[in-house]
Design a protein around this ligand. Structure first.
Ligand code: PAF
Length: 299
């Protein structure tokens, strides 16, 4: 595996691969890799002939008082993991390489509508930072396909929207959440948890599973959200939000849940636990109501 810091070197390798007719997949990361990231590398291998992974802890997506300085930087270990997983090239640029004019004077990309809600409401500017760095990484690496984890579901939709709005010639692929045996979604930030917090953390996913069961049993959206917030607080987490949305655009579903788009749902939650802010989500497809399936039987 090659390890590259400079955009100019990256471009040369990319040009060689293009000339050889090879399809390239990008897996952008902030490092401190775990099995979830390795699943993205495996997904990339299914999609392309060559895999580029990037490791860059992007300062633009951290708010004031967030964990930018503390974010674990484990480049040597990450590099070994990527090589063993079959990655072809690791691009690990410095901050100056990515933002040569400085953070404040960088051109930004805003994805309005999707960015200000849910995680964006409690982390203002976060998705602007994500969209900006991902657009830059896509331009630097020029992949045919880019792979993102579905744990950051809102991020995945922000990136899909940005790619569509800017007509970027790349296919964006989402890869399923990888979980610990007790259900906790893998995250670099799980390392912030104390042993006692780690024991509580799986309650986030467990509460989503219970909530989806209640939805399927016919409980109302607001009622299920309220119950889930309460269950999280009782478990010792400090919930930021619990929200049931339409999966394709994160819009609030119509409470009648009659339309097909209002029945392909996703339940998203974020909660603080000690130093960590945990996020998770669970898809929920409601059965089509009888009236929708058989219009001629409608009263
Ligand atoms: O999901 C992440 O690790 C980051 O948000 C990303 C996509 C690498 C951009 O910095």
């Amino acid at each position: 595996m090659q390890r590259i810091e400079r955009i100019s070197q990256l471009r040369r390798q990319r040009a060689d691969w293009r000339q050889a007719g090879l399809r390239v997949a990008l897996v952008p990361t902030m490092g401190n890799l775990h099995a979830g990231h390795l699943s993205l590398i495996r997904a990339a291998a299914e999609q392309a002939d060559r895999i580029i992974a990037t490791i860059f802890v992007n300062p633009l997506q951290f708010g004031a008082g967030e964990d930018f300085a503390a974010y674990p930087r484990t480049l040597e270990r990450d590099s070994d993991m990527l090589r063993d997983a079959g990655c072809d090239l690791l691009f690990a640029p410095t901050e100056t390489e990515v933002y040569p004019r400085g953070r404040e004077r960088q051109t930004f990309i805003e994805v309005p509508g999707l960015s200000e809600q849910l995680c964006g409401a409690s982390r203002p500017g976060h998705f602007r930072g994500v969209a900006t760095v991902v657009a830059k990484l896509l331009n630097m690496t020029q992949p045919e396909v880019a792979i993102f984890g579905e744990k950051d579901f809102q991020q995945l939709l922000v990136i899909r929207r940005m790619v569509a709005d800017l007509n970027l010639p790349v296919e964006v692929v989402g890869a399923p959440i990888v979980r610990e045996p007790d259900g906790l979604a893998m995250s670099s930030r799980n390392g912030y948890l104390s042993a006692a917090e780690r024991a509580i953390a799986p309650r986030l996913q467990a509460s989503l599973v219970a909530a989806v069961g209640r939805l399927r049993a016919g409980a109302g959206l607001a009622e299920v959200e309220r119950e889930t917030l309460q269950a999280l607080a009782e478990a010792g987490l400090a919930p930021d939000y619990v929200s049931i949305r339409r999966r394709h655009d994160l819009a609030v579903p119509d409470p009648s849940l009659r339309g097909a788009e209002d029945r392909a749902l996703i339940m998203l939650a974020a909660a603080r636990l000690g130093r960590a802010r945990l996020i998770d989500n669970l898809a929920c497809d409601l059965e089509s109501p009888l009236a929708d399936l058989t219009p001629n039987l409608r009263p």
